[in-house]
Design a protein around this ligand. Structure first.
Ligand SMILES: Nc1ncnc2c1ncn2[C@@H]1O[C@H](COP(=O)(O)OP(=O)(O)OP(=O)(O)O)[C@@H](O)[C@H]1O
Ligand SMILES: [Mg+2]
Length: 358
């Protein structure tokens, strides 16, 4: 079993820092997701663990062993790349076994592992085909089979499902997760898709600008985002963030909806965060807003409504008809409200309340 640890790792090319003082610890046998927008340093972090990139500072440990300077082959990890990197002139069986041949694993053992991996990935009928004769999902399975025949305890995956259509992605997500559990693998999985991260991860590291913005279980990131960035990155549609402004001695949302706050909360330097699914329509008491558009998704309708500067997204059940220009009131429960300090961009626990909250 392998515990992976990064301690204050930086990876820089001249002035550019791909990864900036990142520390993380990955429990053995867990499925961990590196999540974040394009360019935030996910692939670089993965390549640092694999040994394909060298740390400028800090150290990397696998199983307590310092591998910061070790070559990729000394680290006991396998990797699945986004484009699968299959050899077009080799058939499926040869592709799967390529690494074992290079490592001079003997013939009988190769045959045994091929049979095992082909069965696990459902590739038995395709072993003689070339990659060009396979569907995207089948190619993905070949890349996976090639990674697992190595029988390394750690598997690193860089956006392995991004070439597949939405339906196949969903099936493969479940298959991958089941395989990881069955083999007890430690998987580090890179994606920019928060839905994929929420669905698959035991633990998520959400990255932003080369640093870890927040780490936690999917549930922790959803229910207690520590910054507005996390609040907006996790959840679809993203969390509404409503700026408050100071008015005389009090605080209000632009448009004159006053907030009952204690002295410590004054100053107006706040963002109120409420998820679209936590907003409810109210008869009169609530935040007044004007409907701009609505989108019907089947299970729900997403209504966009303007309140001062803020365009609020409200998730309503099933088909809820709303015309542009319609005036509505929305409210939310105190426990569903997230507060952030605007200057520090940090989560805050201020005693702010709206008049309609009991
Ligand atoms: N070899 C390199 N030389 C200089 N800069 C690099 C190099 N490799 C990556 N970078 C920069 O480091 C940053 C992080 O890149 P990385 O590939 O880790 O992003 P990513 O999170 O995987 O993004 P994506 O989702 O687009 O794949 C980017 O700004 C990128 O331009
Ligand atoms: Mg990448």
């Amino acid at each position: 079993m392998s515990r992976i640890a990064l301690e204050q790792v930086t990876c820089a090319w001249g002035e550019t820092k791909g990864v900036d003082r990142v520390s993380l610890s990955i429990a053995p046998g867990s499925f961990v997701v590196l999540l974040g927008p394009s360019g935030c340093g996910k692939s670089t972090t993965l390549r640092l663990i694999a040994g394909l990139e060298t740390a400028s500072e800090g150290s990397i440990l696998i199983d307590g062993r310092d591998v910061t300077q070790a070559s990729p082959s000394e680290r006991g990890v396998s990797m699945v790349f986004q484009n699968y990197a299959l050899f077009p002139h080799l058939n499926v069986a040869e592709n799967i076994l390529f690494g074992l041949k290079v490592r001079k694993v003997e013939r009988a053992e190769r045959a045994r592992r091929l049979a095992w991996a082909a069965e696990l990935t459902g590739l038995e009928p395709y072993l003689q085909r070339k990659p060009s004769q396979l569907s995207g999902g089948q190619r993905q399975r070949v890349a996976l089979a090639r990674a697992i025949v190595a029988q390394h305890p750690v598997c690193l995956m860089d956006e392995p499902l991004s070439n597949l259509d939405a339906k196949l992605r969903q099936t493969m997500r479940a298959e991958l997760r089941a395989l990881q559990r069955r083999l007890g693998l430690t998987v580090v999985y890179v994606t920019h898709d928060q839905i994929e991260a929420m669905a698959m991860a035991d633990h998520v590291f959400l990255m932003n600008g080369g640093r870890i913005e927040q780490a936690g279980t999917p549930e922790e990131l959803y229910s207690r985002p520590l910054t507005p960035f996390v609040a907006r990155f996790i959840g679809t549609p993203p969390m509404n963030l409503i700026p408050l402004s100071a008015n005389g001695g009090g605080i209000e949302i632009e448009g004159g909806v006053s907030v009952v706050g204690s002295a410590g909360a004054a100053g107006g330097d706040w963002l109120v965060g409420v998820r679209p699914e936590d907003l409810h329509l109210a008869e009169a008491e609530g935040l007044p807003a004007e409907v701009e558009s609505s989108e019907y998704h089947g299970a729900d309708t997403i209504v966009a409504a303007r309140c001062g500067e803020a365009l609020l997204q409200v998730r309503l059940p099933r088909l809820t008809r709303m015309a542009p220009g319609e005036r509505i009131h929305v409210r939310w429960r105190a426990e569903d409200m997230h507060l952030f300090e605007r200057s520090s961009e940090r989560r805050a626990e201020a005693p702010l309340r709206f008049a309609w909250m009991e």
